[in-house]
Ligand binder design. Structure first.
Ligand code: MSP
Length: 633
């Protein structure tokens, strides 16, 4: 059986998942689902990147071991992938024992082959950030990240001799035009490779600076550089996580899907690492673009990070998945806005697709008591269009042209809508002569929407299954159904089931409501009860106050830095009762998903829970010592 192996980047376990993570992962999911439908053996891998400075530091601040911290944080990703209907076959964590073994085995192999050597290393070190910079990277002689002074350090480190492979890599890219996509990105990589000599890659960090990493098997005073460890996940997973790994050899991958910011690490570091190992290179690395939000870069400080959980909650998982791949060509940058999302839902989903399905089912109910009629003829045009979409989808998905694949599906949506308008089943139903044609027309549209449901399945699995179950065929999607989907699969006599509207139109008022709830503006209801899911929208976290100071010009407001698994700046009106000094180190309860707001010009990214009056306030604090970031339920 043909095999198909697709990967996402492994995400930094420290991050809170956002639309960027969703984008890559859903892209991989669409490919995985489509390839399963056409009958291939699929391995779809995602996971988390758990070593390195940032994880070590965040864990330290929470008083946890790095692994304990990662164990908590990884849940965010696991929960989100469930919610997004991601069908990954495995979830790799770079702290898995088996992964660590593979990394060490490979480090040793490269060392034994002379591909890794020890050399003095000179660079500019920023002590607070704990990282090296090259002379060129410095800004006015200071750390480009934090602007603080740097010191020149010289120490021994291990280097992977990457420079050796510069020519081989150029020639590989030239001989395999599909290796790096889209073409503009390939050209950028080529431009970079041809314009300057490739350096060697420093792949070690002395343990005196960083302990949270994989120890070099040939020198236990060092750990390996986090990217060296991370990139190898694509290979190590084939050894201990891939399905049927006894029978199928999964390496090389068909697609590594990554964001444009991490293309160099994949196209250059990873490719040359594989060359040094005499291992085949992946068939394709695809670098997608970045999402902005309402025209602005997404950032925590701007408070415009799109929370995927919220989008799913308010607009539905399938609408979200559809939007991401219909709105923007995969490979280009795109802009997310709730307006654009609602427009897509109302036009493409509610109007075109949803309406078509509900019209067909309603007519079958009205004219044939919800039993699939026996057609008296085959509508060749619709039949051949329906059957041929799969080949065009296949071609587009081979180059990750999701938007075009959707266009193909929507030609069938359009053709069926037009067919109904032309045939006017309601007129046929009025005359006895029309009754035979009416059977064919209703059969044609029902069979047409069966095809549609299979085609949309990779993009919108939930809706696909809903349509198929209304057609009495919910089990068919589990088979390699696209391999043999022929016209006529829907059996006359099948009893149809009722179905709720797939994509209800979002009215202006509803849109406002949803935006309000996305903005987390509290509205006081006449009804004094709230439902449990209303309460669940409030994300309460245990926080630890790290810093506190008075805000100039106010005797009430304090500016706090609170660790809730990540650092937040919070402005709290408790300055009449509490002094900044007594707050530092205190455990508090924080509403973490409150829309950021400015108070006296200072941004507050959350709210503390407290009780009392302006003059006498008590902060709510957990009764036992708990790690920062723990959810309050
Ligand atoms: N751990 C590394 C990857 C190692 S792979 C061997 C890493 N992790 S990450 O969590 O930062 O990755 C985030 C992914 O999300 C990247 O592919 C990045 O391009 C993507 N995005 C982050 N912000 C994004 C947008 N605003 N829009 C689209 N994707 C973005 O890098």
């Amino acid at each position: 059986m043909e095999r198909f192996y697709v990967t996402t980047p492994i995400y930094y376990v420290n991050d809170t998942p956002h639309i960027g993570h969703v984008y890559t992962t859903v892209a991989a999911d669409i490919l995985a689902r489509f390839n399963r439908l056409v009958g291939k053996s699929v391995f779809f891998l995602t996971g988390t990147d758990e070593h390195g400075q940032k994880v070590q530091k965040a864990a330290q601040e929470r008083g946890l071991s790095p692994k304990e911290h990662a164990d908590i944080m990884v849940q965010n990703f696991r929960t989100l992938w469930k919610k997004m209907n991601i069908s990954n076959d495995a979830f790799i964590r770079t702290t898995d024992k088996e992964h660590i073994e593979v990394v060490q085995e490979i480090l040793q192999r490269l060392y034994d082959k002379g591909e890794i050597v020890k050399r003095p290393y000179k660079g500019w070190y920023c002590t607070p950030d704990e990282r090296f910079w090259t002379e060129k990277e410095l800004v006015d002689g200071r750390c480009p990240d934090c602007g603080r002074p740097v010191e020149e350090i010289e120490e021994d480190n291990y280097f992977f001799l990457m420079s050796k492979y510069q020519d081989a890599l150029i020639s590989h890219i030239e001989r395999h035009p599909q290796y790096i996509l889209p073409e503009t990105r390939r050209n950028e990589v080529m431009g970079f490779l041809k314009s300057r000599p490739l350096g060697d890659l420093c792949i070690s960090r002395p343990k005196k600076r960083l302990t949270w990493g994989i120890t070099l098997p040939f020198d236990d005073e060092y750990v390996t550089y986090v990217w060296f460890d991370a990139l190898l996940n694509y290979y190590s997973a084939t050894k201990y996580l891939a399905p049927d790994r006894g029978e199928i050899s999964w390496w090389p991958a068909d697609h590594h899907i990554v964001g444009k910011d991490i293309l160099t690490t994949h196209a250059v570091y990873w490719s040359t690492m594989l060359m040094a190992l005499d291992m085949p290179l992946p068939k394709n690395i695809f670098a997608h673009g970045w999402w902005t939000v309402d025209g602005r870069k997404m950032s925590k400080s701007l408070g415009n990070v799109v929370d995927p959980f919220e989008v799913v909650e308010n607009y539905g998982v399938d609408s979200f998945r559809y939007f991401l791949f219909r709105e923007v060509t995969f490979g280009l940058d795109g802009d997310f806005s709730f307006n654009a999302l609602v427009n897509r839902i109302n036009s493409d989903l509610a109007n075109d697709l949803g309406n078509l399905v509900s019209r067909c089912l309603a007519m079958a109910r009205k004219y044939f008591d919800s039993v699939v009629p026996e057609p008296t003829l085959t509508e060749e045009e619709i039949k051949s269009l329906a059957e041929s979409v799969v080949d065009r989808m296949k071609r587009h998905l081979e180059t990750l042209s999701f938007q075009r694949a959707l266009d193909e599906i929507w030609t069938l949506v359009g053709a069926l809508n037009k067919y109904i308008d032309t045939k006017q089943p309601w007129s046929l139903a009025k005359s006895p002569e029309g009754s035979s044609e009416l059977k064919s027309v209703i059969y044609t549209v029902l069979e047409g929407i069966r095809f549609l449901s299979i085609y949309i399945y990779p993009f919108m699995p939930e809706s696909a299954v809903k349509i198929l179950s209304a057609l009495g065929m919910e089990d068919s999607i589990n088979e390699p159904v696209l391999k043999e989907t022929k016209w006529g699969g829907l059996r006359p006599g099948t009893k149809l089931k009722r179905m709720e509207a797939l994509f209800p139109r979002i009215t202006k008022e509803q849109k406002k409501e949803k935006e309000k709830s996305a903005d987390k503006e509290e509205t006081v209801s006449e009804d004094s009860y709230i439902r449990i899911d209303d309460f669940a929208k409030v994300d309460l976290r245990i926080g630890k106050v790290l810093e506190a100071e008075r805000i100039k010009g106010s005797n009430k407001l304090l500016r706090l830095i609170v660790d809730i698994g990540e650092k937040r700046q919070i402005v709290a009106g408790i300055g009449k009762t509490y002094s900044p000094e007594e707050l530092v180190g205190k455990l508090v309860v924080v509403v973490s998903n409150l829309k950021p707001a400015k108070l006296m010009g200072v941004e507050s990214q959350g709210m503390l829970l407290a009780a009392g009056t302006d003059n006498e306030i008590a902060i709510i604090s957990p009764e036992k010592d708990l790690p920062a970031g723990v959810r309050v339920r």
